[in-house]
Design a binder for this molecule. Structure first.
Ligand code: F0G
Length: 526
């Protein structure tokens, strides 16, 4: 149904105005592979090369014919799309395939991985937040049970005159007071301090410039302050660590350390000892940081993150929502850096470009089976999405993993082209980063440009959008900005990217770089 200019606008009113102001307010009418089409004023179909590809959710492109045919045939069979709380063996089929792939790429997860399904990436992340808290709570209960037992042992020992309360920083132990009273005072003081700590939520660890979603808990793991700060009161806080400073990680974790107080009877004396409290819930990591300009984690940082998690016993959650499903030339981008997760999240391309789906995987030896009932969602694990996920996995694995090889080859060809643009325009292109078909080109800082337009747009964090609007208008290529200050342009097309697509993209980028080099910013404006 078309809408007239006078129709009231109830959705996207402000967003659409803003998109139009930067030249991105186009309505697409058709899509296939790496191409989006819109109709111009004379109703002619105009093709646009799409490097955004559903924010990287289309590893096999828009409306892949094998996937849509499969979906149609599944619907024709009248499969039960929704049969909640019945046996849904499709869930186990997907989990079995995922287990085989993950264990092939990241040896060492011998117990296998339990799967919990979701509808979106952020939801899969939140499922991990919840499960990590369940693990943490179990550790806290174990600790507090131990402490309660030790308190009873101390009461018995003091009551029988076998032990006395000795000097401690919590209650006075001067002469003339009954040891039983002193012990009860000590127990009360320890109880107060411990209760305060036990009631506290966890602190999570993530990397600077992380992106893990925008729901209540996941937005706190997403560093961007505009999205995160208004909602800090709603959820646990996050300590962001620098991805390239592994040497600082242990010290940062040490600062977050908290201890519960315990009582031990030793050689006739009641002593207070500290027991490490699980203050940290989990460490969330993207193997390739999308919002940080597609920067892959270094092997050194990956090793350090694993070591930190092993030392404190918290789960390492590898968020492969963006980088997984073959995009970087392997099923898991983390396999490139030898990073083994305790939990994994997958979404985006698992939906085959036509449905919503996501999954969180948990190492079986950490998985708490009660979670299967504690967490659920009406639409998660539905029959149609499950069937499409199986099809996508089959396509990724076909011909001995041809899709992974193509993603790696096309990605390196694309990155090579971006590198050649960078070497010809060193004054305007700062870096080219990424892995496989998840790459970005970062422009140099233009906030002090001599051209007023560039200076102003860069200062407002809008340079990337203005560049994207220009490339769309002049070259019929769709890109979007990414990166902490929106100075990078993201490229994450499907594996169907052709040499001709890469050549077209190169000439568009050389055009933009020339404008930036010549400080001709007004040419970028609509
Ligand atoms: N984690 C990562 C690493 C992501 O890249 C995203 C989404 C999410 C979680 C949240 O997934 O949108 O399905 O809820 N990234 C999009 C992007 C927004 O721009 O690449 P979601």
């Amino acid at each position: 149904m078309s809408s007239a200019a006078s129709d009231p606008v109830f959705a996207d009113r402000r967003l659409n105005d803003w998109l139009s102001s930067v030249g991105l307010g186009i309505e697409y009418s058709r899509a296939e592979a790496n191409t989006l089409y819109f109709r111009d004023e004379s109703d002619q179909e105009v093709a646009v090369l799409d490097h955004v590809c559903g924010f990287g959710s289309l590893i096999f492109g828009h409306n892949n014919p094998d996937i849509t045919e499969h979906a149609k045939s599944v619907l024709d069979q009248q499969i039960p799309v929704h049969a909640q709380l019945s046996r849904q063996s499709h869930a186990n089929k997907i989990a079995t395939v995922l287990n085989a792939i993950v264990r092939r790429e990241v040896p060492g997860g011998d117990s296998g991985y339990a799967a919990i399904f979701a509808n979106s990436g952020a939801e899969a992340v939140e499922i991990c937040v919840k499960h990590a808290e369940l693990e943490r709570r179990a550790r806290i209960v174990k600790l507090t049970d131990d402490i309660a037992r030790h308190i009873e042992e101390a009461r018995e020992a003091v009551g029988a005159g076998r032990a006395t309360v000795v000097e401690n920083p919590y209650v006075p132990v001067g002469p003339g007071r009954d040891d039983r009273e002193k012990l009860e005072e000590l127990i009360a003081e320890i109880g107060r301090r411990n209760a305060e700590l036990v009631a506290r939520g966890p602190v999570h660890l993530a990397l600077e410039n992380a992106f893990h979603g925008k729901l209540v808990a996941s937005v706190q793991l997403t560093q961007n302050p505009h999205w995160r700060l208004p909602f800090t009161a709603l959820s646990s806080s996050t300590r962001f660590l620098h991805p390239d400073r592994p040497e600082e990680m242990k010290a940062a974790v040490e600062e977050l350390r908290e201890n519960l107080l315990d009582i031990v009877v030793d050689d006739g004396a009641v002593n207070v000892v500290e027991r490490e409290f699980p203050a940290i819930g989990a460490f969330f990591v993207e193997p390739v940081q999308g919002a940080n300009g597609m920067r892959p984690l270094s092997e050194v940082s990956a090793r350090e993150i694993r070591a930190v998690c092993d030392a404190i016993g918290c789960p390492l959650i590898v968020d492969e929502i963006h980088s997984g499903m073959g995009r970087t030339g392997a099923f898991l981008a983390s396999s490139h850096m030898g990073l083994r997760g305790d939990y994994y999240t997958l979404a985006k391309s698992i939906g085959g470009g036509i449905v919503k789906n996501a999954v969180a995987l948990f190492r079986q030896d950490r998985f708490r089976p009660e979670f299967e009932v504690m967490h659920s969602s009406t639409f998660a694990k539905d029959g149609l999405s499950a069937s499409i996920a199986l099809k996508v996995l089959e396509m990724l694995e076909a011909d001995d993993g041809r899709a992974y090889r193509v993603a790696a080859e096309r990605g390196s060809r694309l990155k090579e082209m971006l590198g050649s643009v960078r070497s010809d325009f060193p004054e305007v292109v700062d870096t080219v980063a990424g892995l496989g078909l998840m790459v970005a080109l970062e422009f140099t800082d233009q906030t002090r440009a001599s051209c007023e337009v560039l200076r102003e747009k860069a200062g407002a964090g809008m340079l990337g959008y203005v560049v994207a609007g220009y490339i769309l208008r002049e070259h019929r290529i769709r890109v979007l900005p990414v990166g902490p200050v929106g100075n990078s342009v993201r490229f994450e097309p499907s594996i169907h990217l052709t040499d001709a697509d890469i050549a077209r993209t190169e000439s568009a980028l050389r055009d933009v770089c020339t404008i930036l080099r010549d400080q001709d910013g007004h040419r970028l404006l609509p």
